[in-house]
Design a protein around this ligand. Structure first.
Ligand SMILES: [Fe+2]
Ligand SMILES: [Fe+2]
Length: 280
């Protein structure tokens, strides 16, 4: 049977001089070496600290490129800055930061078809980024790409979840919640395209929480981080507070998934190390 085994890793948070989570990445790498999936999708927050730190990008690249399988890359807020500037990431996405990511990882969006599915990855950090030309370019590319992939189920990958509770929710006042998901205008436009062109799965990272549900014919999967969990246990959470990654198998007519790693990775509690200034 024609099948694509796709492993999504997200929120690796690798840093040149911040090796807090490298132990987990080495365990994930060992697992991938043993299991040999067809493809690894690296869904954002590859680096730990600073979107302007070339050394962090180079370090993350040097670690990820040791994997013996093809990888596709998408950026997160730690890699290229955020669309919502907040204490979580006080740097805004811009062309220079995108160029740095492109220099190290070679892409910020992509599309391909395999095993009866269309696969599309986009740069979530450009959504709602205040009229940057690159945002318009991506919308144009996405509309054309989804049209081209139509006729088969489509899996969409991006770093940030589309919403926290429901697609109809307004933009959150609290900056931490606001930067947790896509803004309402971009979300409405994106979901309209998803429904029109047959998107069946939206696979995201960013929240360092595991969650899976379906709504109106679309499955939404939040991937855990391979690195750590964030925020104190008493903080409001939407998904399960665990570490790990997603092992997908796509085939004509459907897909399977399982969350892997919670039983063999360290559940690093990021807030303990950064007590008083947690970062996501
Ligand atoms: Fe993250
Ligand atoms: Fe993130």
């Amino acid at each position: 049977m024609d099948e694509l085994r796709l492993v999504q890793v997200a929120d690796l948070h690798l840093g040149a001089r911040q090796e807090h989570h490298l132990d987990n990445w080495l365990k994930v790498s060992d697992w991938i070496v043993r299991e040999r999936p067809d493809l690894v999708v690296v869904n954002g927050d590859l680096i730990m600290g600073d979107p302007d730190n070339d050394a962090d990008h180079a370090f993350a690249r040097s670690r990820i490129e040791q994997l013996p399988v093809p990888c596709r890359y998408l950026p997160g807020n730690h890699d290229i800055g955020d669309n919502v500037v907040s204490g979580k990431m006080a740097k805004r996405v811009n062309d220079a930061r995108r160029e740095r990511f492109l220099k190290h990882f070679g892409e910020e969006r992509w599309a391909f078809a395999k095993a009866g599915w269309g696969f599309v990855g986009i740069n979530s950090q450009l959504l709602g980024s205040d009229g940057q030309p690159a945002e318009d370019e991506q919308w144009t590319w996405l509309e054309r790409t989804l049209r081209e992939q139509e006729g088969q189920p489509i899996a969409l990958f991006l770093h940030k979840p589309l919403f926290l509770d429901h697609p109809s929710e307004p933009d959150h006042e609290d900056p931490t919640l606001r930067q947790s998901c896509i803004d309402s205008v971009s979300r409405t436009r994106l979901l309209d395209l998803c429904r029109r062109h047959g998107v069946r799965l939206v696979s995201t990272g960013h929240k360092h929480q595991t969650r899976s549900f379906s709504l109106d014919g679309i499955y939404y999967l939040w991937a855990p981080s391979t690195a750590c969990v964030n925020s104190p246990p008493t903080t409001l959470h939407w998904g399960t507070r665990e570490v790990g990654f997603i092992d997908y198998r796509f085939r004509r007519g459907g897909f399977d998934h399982r969350i892997v790693g919670a039983d063999f990775l360290f559940r690093h509690e990021n807030y303990i190390r950064k007590y008083g200034s947690a970062s996501e």
